[in-house]
Write a protein that binds this ligand. Structure first.
Ligand code: GLU
Length: 449
């Protein structure tokens, strides 16, 4: 086994990834980050009908937005020869056998078993077919699908999230690995790739627990050592509903377009439903530092978009200028005043693009609101000379207080209305030097409405 962990995120490119898929990707990413490991992005695109290259590209872009940059990217559709070879190995070992039942036949059998109060497990009738019978079915034009012959044993593993786990394979049907048309279901290619790419830790949603028992048997049947497995709880929507790629609900794309911060998505996706408190973070490395799979709880976790928005604002309030410089530039917030503007305004932002509004308030044309004309006349008269800094506001308003006899809200609010045209906003001590004397004087001297 490699000295460092090799993990993988294996989405099927049949839609945009949603917050629940992102949770799996992020948990894997943090695991790799913590252990100095590698992250494989594997597209499970063996379903040629439903898989689309556009979705794969969109998933890569969404992962990049979240801060995930895979070490290796591969596509199952380009690796078919490996799966065929593995299927041959299993056939030779007597672990993969042809079965000819149609879906209707299987359905009928299941119903009969259920009526008799028996578990609906495949009865292995196909295993009892002789060569002549198979040849006869073939001559009728029936094509087989292929089932993996499970060992009727209890498979045990020490789950990285759920602790000691086991599944009795005697209670499962032999899984179909290959369809009539020769295409593979997900189960075998996943194992083949995990072996081929040296995956050491398979971390995925707990909807895959049953697959794990089957896949451990396949690893062993192929002569490989099974990796470690961890199954995290799934996310539901705020109302407890399951998330689906098909509906596009809570897709990373839509969250991104709605202006939430990637770091907020990451923090909430990872921390919700875990023993760690949901909190804003400044980087994925910060999240990785305290991340522990054992902290993830077993029960499903609810993802609440309102909580995400609140967290996103809190993330913004702490982000240093260096982390947002380029995004601000794209909004036109650039030059020497960009950093002080950011520091002044970030605490007031719900979305990063609102920085543009405050940039406009400082530099653009605003409509000053005149609430107390007499005060503004005095304010203009005692406006200090430049250079200005963050102490200017305090010195100026102290003078104005003495001159006008106004204090508190009666002193400050008319100044805010005149200088910014708004009822509330960032600290005026920080904004005033950015507005500058010329504009400030102009705004204070606006005619009363
Ligand atoms: N394509 C599978 C899924 O998206 C991958 C499961 C796995 O990680 O093994 O559910």
């Amino acid at each position: 086994m490699a000295a460092y962990p090799v993990v993988r995120f294996a989405p099927s490119p049949t839609g945009l990834i949603h917050i629940g898929n992102a949770r799996t990707a992020l948990i894997n990413w943090l695991y790799a980050l913590r252990g100095g490991g590698r992250f494989v992005l594997r597209f499970d695109d063996t379903d040629l009908e439903r898989s689309r290259r556009e979705y794969a590209d969109a998933i890569e872009a969404d992962l990049a937005w979240l801060g995930i940059v895979p070490d290796i990217t591969c596509r199952q559709s380009e690796r078919m020869a490996l799966y065929d070879a593995a299927a041959e190995t299993l056939k030779k070992a007597g672990r993969l056998y042809p079965a000819y039942e149609t879906a209707e036949e299987l359905d009928r059998r299941r119903k009969r078993q259920q009526a008799l109060g028996r578990p609906p497990i495949y009865d292995r009738a196909a295993l009892k077919l002789g060569d002549a019978e198979r040849a006869e079915l073939g001559a009728q034009g029936r094509k087989p699908h292929w089932r993996f012959k499970l060992d009727a044993s209890v498979v045990r593993w020490d789950d990285l999230v759920r602790g000691p786990s086991h599944i009795d394979c005697a209670s499962l049907s032999d899984p179909v690995l290959k369809r009539e048309d020769g295409s593979f279901l997900y189960t075998l290619p996943s194992v083949v790739d995990d072996i081929d790419l040296g995956v050491t830790h398979v971390i995925r949603g707990d909807d895959h627990v049953t697959n794990t028992a089957v896949q451990i048997q396949i690893f062993e049947a192929l002569g490989a050592r099974a990796p470690a497995f961890g199954h995290h709880n799934l996310l539901t929507g705020a109302g407890g509903e399951g998330l689906s790629k098909r509906t596009g609900a809570l897709s990373i794309r839509s969250l991104r377009e709605s202006g939430v911060e990637a770091l907020a998505v990451a923090a909430l996706a990872v921390l919700v439903g875990s023993a760690e408190a949901v909190r804003p973070v400044a980087s994925l490395a910060e999240l990785a530092a305290t991340f522990d799979l054992a902290d993830i709880s077993r029960a499903a976790a609810r993802f609440d978009e309102a909580e995400l928005r609140a967290l996103s604002a809190r993330v913004l309030h702490h982000l240093p200028f260096s982390a947002v410089r380029e995004r601000l530039e794209a909004l036109g917030v650039a030059g020497p005043q960009a950093e002080p503007l950011w520091n002044a305004a970030r605490g007031n932002l719900a979305r990063l693009d609102e920085a543009e509004t405050w940039w406009g308030v400082v530099h653009g044309a605003i409509a000053p609101v005149v609430e107390d004309h007499a005060l503004l006349v005095q304010a203009a008269a005692c406006l200090p000379d430049e250079p200005w800094d963050e102490t200017t506001w305090g010195a100026w308003t102290a003078k104005l207080k003495a001159l006008s006899g106004r204090k508190g809200r009666d002193l400050y609010h008319p100044l805010r209305l005149a200088l910014t045209g708004r009822q509330s906003g960032p600290e005026l001590a920080a904004l005033l030097p950015l507005i500058g004397r010329v504009r400030a004087l102009d705004r204070l001297s606006a005619p009363s409405a």
